[in-house]
Design a protein around this ligand. Structure first.
Ligand SMILES: Nc1ncnc2c1ncn2[C@@H]1O[C@H](COP(=O)(O)OP(=O)(O)OP(=O)(O)O)[C@@H](O)[C@H]1O
Length: 255
């Protein structure tokens, strides 16, 4: 007997338009539990919109997104958003609340109180000191704030973590460290993660699978290894050429 593992997420012919702009065009794909998927593509190719059709920050206007067997359109918004962690570039911490209160906001809105011990546990997950809980967001560095954003997204124990350019505003050293930490968390917590990034090098280094978008459509769906071997088509290879050329130039300099 074979037991089929249920997909974490399934896109069935998903489309989304904004007036004349077809932001997402007929996307169909399945994401298995525990995959780390990077979504890359040029600016305006539809990455953020596709991501937002999952937690319904953008409602698909054709097709459907199915999360752990449930069409997202059939779920109460509050229930859906509790089951899906979401981290985005501008973070959106509430400036008048402490770090601890910011982490606890999702469960609080759902009528639940996070214990101080759970807040400390979440801070530790993202490698921040327990005493950060009492600080105000403006007393943190950009990288620390982004860690709080990740802790907040994990507060309700979601299975799925969506990240939209989470490290976009960070310096390269912090970005690299936080990327590595998020990949570790993904593995330790058994998450399914979808990360939008402009940076193909980041996608190749962190993800198990890279989806490339162009004009609203998925034009490549490959492993990092396959992309580095030249597969995935012209748009994907144009993106891979950037870090490859940089690595080549650095190697030249070092000689
Ligand atoms: N709320 C909106 N109203 C109108 N048009 C929108 C809206 N959101 C996105 N669009 C348009 O849909 C298209 C896809 O945008 P989207 O933000 O999904 O692209 P992206 O690949 O994430 O871009 P970037 O990398 O620049 O963030 C663009 O043409 C954009 O202008």
């Amino acid at each position: 007997m074979t037991t089929e593992v249920q997909a974490a997420l399934e896109f069935r012919a998903v489309g989304k338009r904004y007036g004349a702009v077809e932001a997402v065009r007929d996307v169909s794909l399945t994401i298995a539990p525990r995959q780390f998927v990077a979504l890359v593509g040029a600016s305006g190719s539809g990455k953020s919109t596709l991501l937002k059709t999952i937690n319904r920050l953008a409602e698909a206007d054709s097709g459907e997104v199915v999360y752990e067997g449930d069409p997202v359109g059939s779920l109460r918004l509050s229930a859906l958003r509790r089951r899906v962690g979401y981290v985005f570039q501008s973070i959106g911490l509430f400036p008048h609340m402490t770090v601890g209160e910011n982490i606890a906001i999702g469960p609080r809105l759902a009528g639940e109180k996070l214990s101080p011990a759970r807040i400390v546990e979440l801070l530790e997950l993202v490698e921040l000191d327990a005493d950060m809980a009492n600080r105000m967001p403006d007393a943190l560095s950009g990288g620390q704030r982004q860690r709080v954003g990740v802790a907040r997204a994990l507060a309700a124990d979601p299975h799925l973590l969506l990240m939209d350019e989470p490290f976009g505003a960070l310096d390269p050293v912090t970005r690299d460290a936080l990327g590595g930490r998020v990949r570790k968390l993904h593995d330790e917590l058994g998450l399914t993660t979808i990360m939008v990034t402009h940076d193909m090098a980041e996608a190749l280094l962190l993800a198990d699978r890279v989806l490339v978008m162009d004009a609203g459509a998925i034009v490549a769906d490959e492993t990092p290894q396959a992309l580095l071997e030249g597969r995935g088509g012209a748009v994907a290879q144009e993106l891979v050429a950037v870090p490859r050329a940089q690595a080549g130039r650095l190697a030249e300099l070092a000689r």
